[in-house]
Write a protein that binds this ligand. Structure first.
Ligand code: SF4
Length: 373
């Protein structure tokens, strides 16, 4: 049952400097190679000669134009139309990507969203490259929270990201932390827990680095085998591993009064006493794709960034009013089923039981919680 404020994760754009192996949305990696502009994802590849005169910040502008021409990215007018169609809704929006800072027009979108829904209801997830190129300081008065990923203290964690990803994220954050404090923007580091960052020394190092960097919060996540990471099984951890890692972060917070430790919905049923059914699927969260589709969950993406199942798509906000989409019977029929597998992450339940189709989302098949069923 949907009630109260709804949190929307809006993948505003899928342009990115990086091509992380486990990118949830199969973002479009943009780079210059041998004087060619290259755009690469599982779904789309494009190469074109790079004019000598093009500056580095113009690379992303040109890539965005190409993606818009292919119908793979929205124009500013279309994004503004989506905001019109959201007007009046009781929502908070977490803008993510890709990196929304790499598309200049997005400043107007986020400022408008802040005007419509209130600054306290706006968050933004970025990378260090976006911070460097995207004039993030202009955004701060319009957002309440800024997030970035920092999940490896070494710079060559090629299992997940390209070399430099974590380092530049942290450097970018370091360059604006004072401005965030001044504007009272809460900062949060996202840490997908994985086989490469679960050992105690790495946890110590990650947490102390973020504490010294004056991050306000850390957000501990499962690594989802969705999007570009759909075929990866390397980071399917056991419940005991997650419990130990989460416990260590919580201990570090107590011992050092460092960043507040928060745990994502898909891990919270490890502690059934505190919250027996923390899954927010169609109860308090929903997702908006980079082409305007309203879909059920922020992690319900297939290998090329498409929704996992057509039944999860409730319409497109370029043409439909949010109030109409959200009141559809078929959406409420799905929302009413979430109690069939309490505690289980609906996405992991489906991924382990694909042959059941949409019913797979509501079976007790999330591997992390099978022994609790
Ligand atoms: S389906 Fe999984 S990721 Fe989505 S809200 Fe539920 S627990 Fe969280």
């Amino acid at each position: 049952m949907i009630e109260g404020k709804l949190g929307i994760i809006w993948t505003l754009d899928r342009i990115c400097k990086w091509q992380c192996n486990y990118c949830c949305v199969d973002a479009f990696g943009v780079k210059i190679q041998d004087r060619n502009l290259q755009i690469t994802s599982n779904r789309f590849n494009h190469t074109e000669k790079q004019p000598k005169s093009r500056q580095s910040q113009d690379i992303f502008r040109r890539a965005n134009q190409i993606l818009q021409d292919q119908g793979l990215a929205l124009t500013l007018t279309e994004k503004m139309k989506i905001l019109d169609n959201l007007q009046g809704a009781n929502i908070e929006i977490g803008f993510s990507g890709g990196d929304p800072l790499l598309v200049q027009d997005n400043f107007q979108v986020i400022r408008r969203a802040s005007d419509l829904f209130g600054r306290s209801n706006i968050g933004l997830t970025v990378t260090g490259i976006g911070i460097k190129l995207g004039k993030v300081e202009n955004y701060l008065e319009h957002i309440a929270q800024l997030e970035f990923t920092y999940d490896s203290p070494v710079d060559d964690d090629e299992n997940h990201q390209q070399p430099g990803y974590n380092r530049t994220n942290l450097e970018g954050f370091g360059s604006i932390v004072d401005a965030c404090k001044k504007e009272q923007v809460v900062t949060q580091a996202l840490i997908p827990i994985s086989n490469t960052n679960k050992d105690p020394n790495t946890v110590d190092l990650l947490y102390s680095t973020l504490r010294q960097s004056r991050v306000d919060k850390v957000y501990l996540m499962r690594t989802f085998p969705v999007g570009r990471g759909s075929h990866s099984q390397t980071d399917i951890l056991q419940a005991d591993d997650y419990r130990r890692v989460i416990q260590q972060y919580k201990q570090l917070q107590i011992q050092t009064s460092g960043p507040e430790v928060n745990v994502m919905c898909a891990l919270r049923a490890l502690y059934p006493d505190t919250d027996p059914d923390p899954c927010t699927f169609l109860r308090s969260t929903i997702d908006l794709t980079s082409t305007g589709d309203l879909i059920a969950d922020a992690f319900a993406y297939g290998p090329t960034g498409e929704p996992l199942l057509p039944e999860l798509v409730f319409g497109n906000l370029r043409k439909d009013k949010f109030a109409d989409l959200i009141s559809q019977d078929r959406l409420h029929r799905l929302a009413d089923r979430i109690g069939e597998n309490p505690g289980h992450c609906k996405v992991f339940a489906y991924l382990s039981n694909r042959s059941a189709g949409i019913d797979g989302f509501f079976t007790r098949t999330d591997p992390l919680y099978m022994d609790q069923s």
